[in-house]
Design a binder for this molecule. Structure first.
Ligand code: SF4
Ligand code: SF4
Length: 276
């Protein structure tokens, strides 16, 4: 039985697929999109999380303590008067996670919902995710995966074999631009999406984040529109609050962009698209 690392479990989720769902946020992502709004999902390891908004800079957590569980984090996890200090990321076996997810079986069945794997990038822990997906499939629970599609093609096909809905990103068509803004090339993403759209027979949604001046250019949207053909596309406007959690995990948010004002013109680049 495999062990995986997750950083959040969101019950009664309404925006991560059909019906009422539980969303599992898997820790770790090989990409570094400048606009990522889940910086606590980037590192594959559990890490220190200090809620900056509630910190009054009293310094109590910086005083060395003797608790075993604090030693590797360089802060005391237990002394903060405002409960600001915690570890983001917990390990679970596939059976433990499946047992937790199956507790809401009635809710899934009543609402036409199920379980969604998100992140981070769920396919970075593909063997663990596949093991949980197999348990859910055996129990008749519908599943969905939100993915960057940055994974070896055989891993992509095998892991998603029993998934009911795949929500796959297409961020930038040009490979150099993809490297510049996400840190990785997009050749394997295109290979995976070609299979998803053209061969898999699976239910899927292509999702395009609208990042002002980066992904929302006419050139990029036209190229993605041509690539995906008549696929169902969701356009996801940039949220100017994306940088809110970076300081809590000791990272800097470097993108400076305005809140996205959805512009209907972008729909013209696609056969079937909606702005979310
Ligand atoms: S103990 Fe809490 S409030 Fe004080 S410095 Fe640490 S995180 Fe901030
Ligand atoms: S793929 Fe998603 S989780 Fe990974 S860096 Fe990009 S936005 Fe963040």
């Amino acid at each position: 039985m495999l062990t995986g690392t997750i950083f959040d479990l969101k019950g009664f989720a309404l925006n991560d697929g059909p019906g009422i769902r539980t969303t599992v946020f898997m820790k770790g992502c090989p990409l570094r999109c400048l606009w990522c709004h889940n910086p606590e999902g980037l590192s594959p390891e559990p890490e220190l999380y200090v809620k900056q908004v509630k910190c009054v800079h009293c310094g109590k957590c910086a005083v060395p303590c003797t608790h075993d569980d604090c030693q590797s984090y360089g802060r005391c996890l237990h002394v903060c008067p405002n409960d600001c200090v915690s570890v983001c990321g917990q390990t679970m076996t596939s059976a433990e996670l499946a047992e937790r997810l199956l507790r809401d079986r009635d809710v899934y069945e009543m609402s036409g919902g199920g379980v969604t794997f998100s992140g981070g990038e769920p396919l970075m822990q593909y063997a663990f995710v596949a093991e949980v997906l197999a348990i859910l499939a055996k129990e008749g629970i519908s599943s969905a995966v939100e993915t960057s599609s940055f994974a070896a093609h055989d891993v992509y096909r095998k892991t998603l074999e029993h998934v009911n809905l795949i929500m796959a990103d297409m961020k930038l068509f040009d490979c150099d631009a993809h490297i510049k803004y996400t840190g990785v090339p997009n050749d394997v993403i295109k290979q995976n999406l070609r299979w998803l759209i053209g061969e898999s027979g699976k239910e899927y949604i292509i999702r395009v984040p609208l990042i002002p001046g980066i992904t929302d250019t006419d050139e990029n949207l036209a190229a993605i529109g041509e690539f995906v053909g008549d696929a169902h596309v969701e356009l996801l406007p940039y949220n100017a609050m994306a940088g809110a959690k970076y300081a809590s995990v000791g990272k800097n948010y470097t993108l400076s962009a305005e809140e996205y004002r959805a512009d209907e013109r972008i729909l013209n680049f696609f056969s079937h698209a909606v702005i979310k």
